[in-house]
Design a protein around this ligand. Structure first.
Ligand SMILES: C[S@@+](CC[C@H](N)C(=O)[O-])C[C@H]1O[C@@H](n2cnc3c(N)ncnc32)[C@H](O)[C@@H]1O
Length: 390
């Protein structure tokens, strides 16, 4: 009987080992105390930008970057994992697969992988080394997310996951919903599932500097992605001509400090006085910037004086007369072209990419990169352009 059980377990594990995610995890091994793989949840469309940050800033080795998830290895689990700017959350990988079948048999596998494949005690210990426990009984939360049409419900997947996990949760821990010490997640996206221990908390995605929110304000991770794409260097000037609540400016200051290569001048402005007040409150917590009340169509800035422009102008649907978007983009780009140095770069986030392209046409800017993203539930595009040098 025991032999039969062992043989069937071996067969299951062998099947699972065909897929690379589990191979990655199994190198850590259930009993091995090595460094587990990690994964980051990323806003869809930003995977390659987050992968670049993980590689360059942490020396990570990226194994997979798709469907809003970046799986990677780093030498050691270090607190700097929580300093990533372009990712929403970071986890220690317990197990992963991209061979889900969409059929109910997945549920058995989910339970089995959770129970047999993950070095839970080791992961909990690593979690505690990064996020020390507060006084009192530890609390925990189990989260199951599921996207895509499967032959089972999210609650079924959650039940299988909880059953597999149950033997590893100490009886002294209390289940809770908010502000728990520990969170264990299962995320299913089509054929892919990742399961792990959350290292980050909500401040990673919302950022503590954001005390003032405006309806059209950017997600900080999106702003950080734009800052990384612009790539301003020490001694250079970055301008956000329609800065709103100042998310791009804050991310530029923080990323500039993290890279510690010398100060980047950060300038921004907006046509709305109230917006500028919100911007000033947010920036106060981050660092110095020059903020002004202006119309981006007539900037009080010298010709060819800025190295990078990062702009998130209003989308058509945000204007009372959406047809004004064409003239606004045309007038703004004419001014951006004037103030940008030759060889300088501009990064835009817009929904109406055709309208932007039309506005840029005629200035000879070179399109460099383009990323499809979702903003407020709508398709939008981040694009990078370079003004031709002398
Ligand atoms: C999409 S919001 C920018 C949001 C900003 N990136 C943030 O994270 O808060 C667009 C901003 O452009 C500003 N704006 C619109 N027309 C402008 C103009 N002609 N000159 C300067 N700012 C303008 C709006 O007041 C608004 O704050």
């Amino acid at each position: 009987m025991f032999e039969r059980q062992r043989a069937s377990r071996r067969a299951d594990i062998t099947n699972f080992h065909h897929d690379w995610l589990t191979e990655l995890m199994s190198r850590t091994g259930k009993s091995n105390r090595g460094t587990p793989a990690c994964y980051a949840m990323v806003h869809s469309g930003l995977e390659s930008i987050a992968a670049d940050e993980i590689t360059k800033e942490l020396g990570g080795e990226v194994k997979k970057a798709e469907k809003g998830i970046v799986v990677f290895k780093i030498e050691e689990i270090i607190p700097e994992l929580l300093h990533l700017r372009t990712v929403e959350d970071v986890f220690l990988l317990a197990w992963g697969t991209d061979t889900l079948t969409y059929r109910a048999e997945d549920l058995k596998q989910i339970k089995m992988w959770t129970e047999k494949q993950a070095p839970w005690q080791h992961l909990f210990g690593l979690h505690q080394s990064i996020r020390p426990k507060a006084k009192g009984r530890p609390t925990y939360r189990v989260v199951t997310q599921m996207n895509g049409q499967h032959g089972y419900r999210r609650t079924d997947a959650s039940k299988a996951f909880r059953q597999g996990l149950a033997p590893f949760i100490p009886v002294t821990w209390n289940a809770a919903e908010d502000n728990t010490f520990l969170e264990v997640w299962l995320t299913i996206r089509g054929r892919m599932a990742t399961c792990g221990v959350r290292l980050s908390d909500k401040t990673m995605r919302h950022k503590s500097y954001k005390v003032e929110h405006l309806p059209a304000s950017l997600r900080p991770t999106m702003a950080a992605a734009m800052v990384r794409l612009a790539g301003a260097g020490p001694g250079q000037v970055m301008l956000d001509p329609m800065c709103g609540a100042g998310t791009i400016i804050c991310e530029q200051i923080i990323i500039g400090k993290q890279q510690q290569e010398g100060r980047i001048e950060t300038w921004g402005g907006d046509i709305e006085m109230n917006t500028l007040r919100a911007c000033a409150s947010n920036i106060k917590r981050v660092g110095p910037a020059v903020i002004a009340h202006w119309d981006a169509r007539r900037l009080p800035i010298a010709t060819e004086s800025v190295d990078r422009i990062i702009s998130n102008p209003p989308f058509g649907k945000q204007l009372s007369t959406p047809e004004d978007i064409g003239p606004l983009y045309k007038a703004a780009v004419r001014e951006y072209h004037r103030v940008l140095k030759p060889g300088g770069k501009a990064v835009f986030l817009v929904m109406e990419q055709d309208v932007l392209r039309e506005a840029i046409k005629g200035y000879g800017w070179i399109p460099q990169r383009q990323f499809g993203v979702e903003v407020l539930g709508q398709d939008a595009v981040i694009s990078v352009w370079q003004k031709v040098g002398e």
